[in-house]
Write a protein that binds this ligand. Structure first.
Ligand code: ADP
Length: 507
């Protein structure tokens, strides 16, 4: 269990509910792996603590083994044993905690969405800190993510720092403020936190229901560093419209709150090496894109009559956040403009799924449109490669990876100017933006007219200026969306925070 970094390196522990590709629901899993690997490459000691879910992709964990040591952690008035496993995920050392609690917390066949998620993850947060103290670890940074592990921050200061686990600064990242994990205040007591002390407006009390506690608020109040996943989203959540009830809390902790744009794993998303494509290609030779377009049209039974007919892709979860009505509209408008449209998406919301199933049936054998209502990563890769444009009309978007992946594959993004989309896509026709940054088409208002304007401009450039378009494709493929620059921003935050703590200790 013991490993120590060299003195100049930081020892960073991520406590999280996901790690890609082993236990991934969304962007959080990608961040833990991408940021972890980038920090490791910069010479830091990075370790990760996760629940040992039954539904993980075990074949992707290397050297998984159980340790002899058993860690006992408190919950609901007594101690519970936890079996500790170690393994390596994408080169990152991971501890997996398997609780021996009668609730079988991580033996549910899914990661989230259980009636007792609050219990499951408050238990896990406490067990993770217990693992650190019993292993004698002295991390510089404990980095927790989303409401599931936000409990770590108050647990650390109220219970573990007094017990001697006091080397660390706390960093909390919220990947989406829509999910806050609130619960009746009394539930906080199970993991040993003092409800009376914490259920106060300046601590963990929910801002709109005073008999409830809000773990995200706890993460904000009790961490030294608070981040979210893009600079624009960080601004948006500080307003009453965007903050989901937490804007006042974020504003009163504004000094420690920043937005850092996520990166993508440029090894995993690389059209020059992607074996799911018909043909690999790179920015030096984009001809392969046309061959992929032809192959995908054939595979899906779309018309191949006109190679110059623009192909518009959309790869998304079909949830209100993603602008479902504009996605539907994009299909019809693309067809009116003479393009082809492919949607790959699925919905956890039954009425949205049903609505799109009806539309998919209507277009079942249409020569210019296909809707594929499923999750399919290999097909997603093929669509990114084959498309000329990708539409992302989100209502809000904390960061968004789709636009970055699309550009890496030479598909030009058409996006609503919100959150991370606003920080990564800059309009080709906007003279106020330096030429070298312009890489796509944007619109502001979340309505059909504004969307049409962006789509029509994209079609105009595509049809009337093929040389301009070819250069645009090459340009977006060369943009660096790797984790390196974002990881250096996290590193800087960590280092400043650690330095402040050391200075305070010396004073
Ligand atoms: P979010 O995390 O809100 O869903 P992001 O843009 O951050 O949105 O990440 C979406 C990721 O999921 C991208 O990698 C995208 O390619 C992938 N994805 C979304 N829907 C599908 C689907 N139906 N099939 C395959 N991949 C999908």
């Amino acid at each position: 269990l013991i490993s120590s970094p060299k003195s100049s390196e930081l020892h960073v522990i991520h406590i999280a509910a996901e790690i890609a590709p082993v236990a991934k629901v969304g962007g959080l899993g990608d961040v833990v792996t991408g940021l972890g690997k980038a920090l490791q490459r910069r010479g830091h000691l990075v370790e990760i603590i996760l629940p040992k879910y039954d539904c993980m992709q075990y074949e992707l964990i290397r050297d998984l083994r159980a340790l002899d040591a058993v860690v006992e952690s408190y919950f609901d008035g007594r101690l519970h044993k936890n079996k500790i496993w170690t393994g390596t995920v994408e080169g990152l050392p991971v501890y997996f905690i398997e609780p021996h609690h009668p609730g079988n917390f991580f033996w549910r066949g899914q990661f989230y969405g259980e009636h007792d998620d609050f219990k499951r993850f408050s238990f896990f947060s406490r067990a993770a800190l217990e693992l650190l103290i019993q292993a004698g670890k002295k991390p510089d940074i404990i980095h927790c993510h989303d409401w599931q592990t936000a409990f770590v921050a108050p647990l650390y200061w109220d219970i573990y720092a007094p017990k001697g686990l006091n080397s660390a600064r706390l960093c909390f990242t919220c990947h989406n403020f829509e999910y806050q994990g609130t619960a009746p205040a009394s539930e906080l007591a199970s993991c040993g936190l003092d409800v009376h002390h914490l259920n106060r407006p300046d601590r963990i009390q929910d801002n709109s229901a005073h008999d409830r506690v809000n773990p995200i608020k706890g993460g904000i109040v009790f961490s030294n560093i608070v981040t979210t996943v893009s600079p624009t989203y960080a601004q948006e959540v500080r307003t009453a419209e965007g903050g989901r009830g937490l804007h006042a809390t974020l504003n009163s902790h504004a000094k420690k709150f920043v937005g850092i744009l996520n990166g993508i794993d440029t090894d995993a998303w690389n059209p020059a090496r992607d074996t799911f494509l018909k043909v690999q290609y790179s920015a030096f030779d984009t001809q392969g894109k046309t061959e992929n377009k032809e192959a995908l049209r054939r595979k899906l039974g779309l018309s191949s009559a006109n190679i110059g007919q623009p192909l518009v892709g959309c790869i998304t979860r079909l949830v209100p956040q993603k602008g479902v009505h504009l996605i539907r509209h994009a299909l019809y408008r693309t067809l009116e403009l003479g393009g082809q449209f492919i949607l790959l998406g699925s919905s956890p919301v039954s009425h949205i799924q049903r609505e799109f199933e009806d539309i998919a049936n209507q277009f079942q054998s249409h020569e210019n449109a296909r809707l594929l209502l499923k999750y399919d990563e290999s097909l997603a890769r093929f669509i990114y490669a084959a498309s000329d444009m990708v539409v992302i009309p989100s209502i809000f978007e904390p960061c968004g990876l789709t636009q970055m992946i699309a550009m890496r594959y030479g598909s030009i993004p058409i996006v609503r100017k919100t959150g991370g989309l606003n920080d990564s896509v800059f309009d080709v026709d906007d003279d106020t933006i330096p030429e070298e940054f312009r890489n796509g088409f944007t619109f502001l208002t979340a309505d059909e007219q504004a969307f049409n304007n962006a789509l029509e401009r994209a079609f105009f450039h595509y049809k009337n200026n093929s040389e301009f378009w070819r250069k645009l494709v090459q340009k977006v493929m060369r943009i660096d969306f790797s984790w390196d620059s974002s990881a250096s921003l996290y590193e800087e935050l960590y280092e400043k925070s650690v330095a402040r703590a050391r200075a305070a200790n010396r004073a």
